[in-house]
Design a binder for this molecule. Structure first.
Ligand SMILES: Cc1cc2nc3c(=O)[nH]c(=O)nc-3n(C[C@H](O)[C@H](O)[C@H](O)COP(=O)(O)OP(=O)(O)OC[C@H]3O[C@@H](n4cnc5c(N)ncnc54)[C@H](O)[C@@H]3O)c2cc1C
Length: 538
């Protein structure tokens, strides 16, 4: 129905790093009428929701920020190498304020469904407040890690104490003083939270399903001289991280871990261990992700560190990862994580050796036939990553087709930014884009810029719809899988492989391209330069 009235040019769902910049770009660059819906009561996304003790970013702060506001890059001073959640939230609030973005945002409002109307070529977007609005473009800025994974533990409703999920932590905080606390999970979030909770709690019981390889964060105040030097070099930094593999200033050692002497290897690994942060994971030997033997020697280094740190050999053994290659799960960065298990008030319950969680009882958690009495349970059980937040939108594309129908065996996207049969829908850091395998602000900015250019282009050329062809999409899916099948990533039961959620089709969710973030950017730019190759414009 040509000429149907529309409420907005674009609806953006989510007001985290992605939604904030998407609104800025479409409204202030293209002059579009935009509405942002956000389920939380303010901006921030990840940094609005995840308020557990110890919550902080693992990317270095000088690159965990926007690069589009050059003046802000100069003005903003991060206090630490990895700022805590309140500081990152303050930063995002500041950006929203500074660019007067909140006037186009509606908070406390969840998008509950949206369908593409093939007659008007508009999206009808529904919210939990009962509103329906129409828009030409629908942009999912819903995040990759925003759909909480709360496993259906038997008996949870019986528990007489208090329980929390780390991604829905109370804004007022939780006082663990003199309490018996259980933490369920030992992923990146738990690794941050456990040492903090152990300092307050009377007793802490950690329930571990899979032991994790951790490397030290080595957090600290930012050296003012270093901060100054970085500010002077921001143009260079931005260029380098955009062209890099992981959106960070980390580069593989251009050698095999097996071709060097043991002494040389130990020295290189020591350097990365001492530097702290993602260097150990992302700037390691180039064959570490591909060759099991190369991986084994690097993993052995980390296993020795665990055995050296944890005093009780039986506990050290339980904390030593087994059965998957190093680096194939999200790398947790730790501050006194393994040391925490030397404390008298900390107990480790390992699913494999002590027995898995059987049920939640009135008094606590029963695992391996033993009941652990608790006042508070903290579930650090992560997310239904990447596809979860998109499926929760209950989208209907052409012919009323849903993502559940479309993604029976895992995600199918073109470039991770678009889906065949869902015209004018864009997914920022969507599945099969580098997303969670990158320093995310870099990938977010790349997608927002690409989407903005695409919409500008469509408007100039008088096109009303854009959608990928099924052929281009299937080629992309094949490419994503071919690449990851060359690595060790597929052998791990990780959330990257969708393995943290029973029944979720096993599929690798992000894109690990041969040239990483830099190569992916080039590919997206080429697609645009060739008149949006692989897309149909009408
Ligand atoms: C604990 C933690 C630590 C992290 N550390 C790092 C790090 O060190 N480096 C890094 O690169 N990345 C990190 N990440 C990833 C992080 O999610 C991204 O860096 C970034 O914050 C994502 O921004 P976003 O706007 O895309 O998504 P989010 O920040 O997740 O925001 C999405 C927003 O969409 C809203 N939303 C979702 N669905 C709906 C709906 N249906 N209706 C209305 N609103 C909706 C949500 O409420 C949320 O506010 C971390 C993630 C977590 C959970």
């Amino acid at each position: 129905m040509a000429g149907a009235t529309q409420d907005f040019d674009a609806v953006v769902i989510g007001a985290g790093f992605s939604g904030i910049y998407m609104l800025k770009s479409l409204r202030d660059k293209l002059g579009l009428k935009v509405r942002v819906y956000e389920a939380g009561d303010s901006v921030g996304g990840t940094w609005y929701w995840n308020r557990y003790p110890g919550a902080r970013c693992d990317s270095d702060s000088y690159i965990y920020c926007y690069t589009w506001d050059k003046q802000l890059l100069q003005e903003w001073e991060w206090s630490e190498r990895y700022p805590e959640q309140p500081e990152i939230l303050r930063y995002l609030e500041h950006v929203a304020q500074r660019h007067d973005l909140k006037r186009d945002m509606v908070f406390n409002t969840r998008v509950t469904g949206a369908e593409f109307d093939e007659a008007s070529n508009l999206w009808n977007v529904h919210t939990d407040k009962g509103d329906t609005v129409t828009a030409r473009y629908l942009i999912a800025a819903v995040g990759s890690l925003s759909e909480t994974n709360m496993p259906p533990f038997k008996g949870l409703e019986k528990f007489k104490g208090k329980w929390y999920h780390t991604s829905r932590f109370p804004h007022t905080g939780v006082d663990f003083t003199a309490k018996r606390v259980g933490v369920v999970g030992t992923g990146a979030t738990a690794v941050q939270a456990i040492p903090e909770i152990a300092q307050q709690a009377k007793q802490l019981v950690v329930f571990q399903r899979t032991a994790n390889y951790c490397v030290p964060a080595r957090n600290g105040k930012v050296d003012p001289e270093l901060a100054k030097a970085r500010k002077a070099d921001y143009d260079g930094i931005v260029k380098r991280i955009r062209e890099s593999f992981f959106g960070q200033e980390h580069y593989f050692i251009p050698k095999s871990a097996l071709e060097v002497s043991r002494e040389e290897r130990e020295q290189e690994l020591d350097k990365r261990w001492d530097a702290g942060g993602f260097a150990f994971w992302l700037a390691n030997y180039q064959d570490m992700f591909f060759n099991q033997k190369a991986n084994d020697v690097v993993a052995d280094y980390l296993k020795r560190k665990i055995r050296k740190t944890v005093k009780d050999p039986a506990v050290a053994e339980k904390l030593t990862p087994k059965g998957y290659a190093y680096g194939t799960k999200r790398q947790p960065l730790d501050t006194n994580y393994f040391e925490t298990f030397n404390k008298d008030n900390v107990v480790l319950v390992d699913a494999k050796t002590d027995g898995p969680i059987e049920e939640i009882t009135e008094k606590g958690i029963r695992a391996g036939g033993k009941e652990y009495e608790l006042d508070i349970i903290v579930f650090a059980t992560g997310f239904d990553a990447m596809t979860g937040p998109l499926k929760a939108l209950h989208l209907k594309g052409r012919g009323g087709r849903t993502l559940d129908e479309h993604w029976v065996d895992g995600p199918h996207t073109y470039l991770g930014i678009s889906i065949a049969g869902f015209p004018n829908l864009f997914t920022i850091t969507g599945p099969q884009s580098p997303s969670v395998l990158s320093n995310m602000p870099v990938s977010i900015e790349q997608h927002v810029d690409w989407i903005t250019d695409c919409i500008e282009n469509m408007r100039k050329s008088g096109k009303t719809t854009i959608e990928p062809t099924p052929q281009a999409q299937e080629q992309w899916v094949k490419h994503v899988n071919e690449i990851v099948n060359m690595t060790l990533m597929t052998g791990a039961n990780s959330w990257y492989m969708s393995a943290n959620i029973p029944g979720k089709p096993r599929a690798f969710l992000p894109y690990l391209g041969p040239e990483g973030v830099g190569g992916y950017r080039k590919k997206c730019d080429e697609v645009a330069a060739k008149g949006y190759e692989g897309f149909e414009l009408a």
